[in-house]
Design a protein around this ligand. Structure first.
Ligand code: ZN
Length: 65
């Protein structure tokens, strides 16, 4: 596994959110990316907030704040 970043797309209802440069561990063999639990929680929380704000499609840089 190597540290890297991936693009994650989440769909929630009518909203589609694309997060770029999400930190992940990437498998040396098959290239599959694993995003850790804390990062996943940030993504899901951001997705929920976007849905509440009425976002339909958005592309953003991942920010671990
Ligand atoms: Zn693998």
């Amino acid at each position: 596994m190597q540290s890297g970043s991936v693009t994650v797309t989440l769909e929630r209802g009518a909203a589609t959110l694309v997060f770029k440069h999400v930190p992940a561990q990437v498998c040396d063999n098959c290239g599959e990316a694993y995003v850790d639990e804390t990062t996943t929680e940030h993504l899901l929380a951001a997705a929920e907030a976007a849905v509440d704000a009425g976002v339909q499609v958005e592309v953003r840089e991942f920010a671990a704040a």
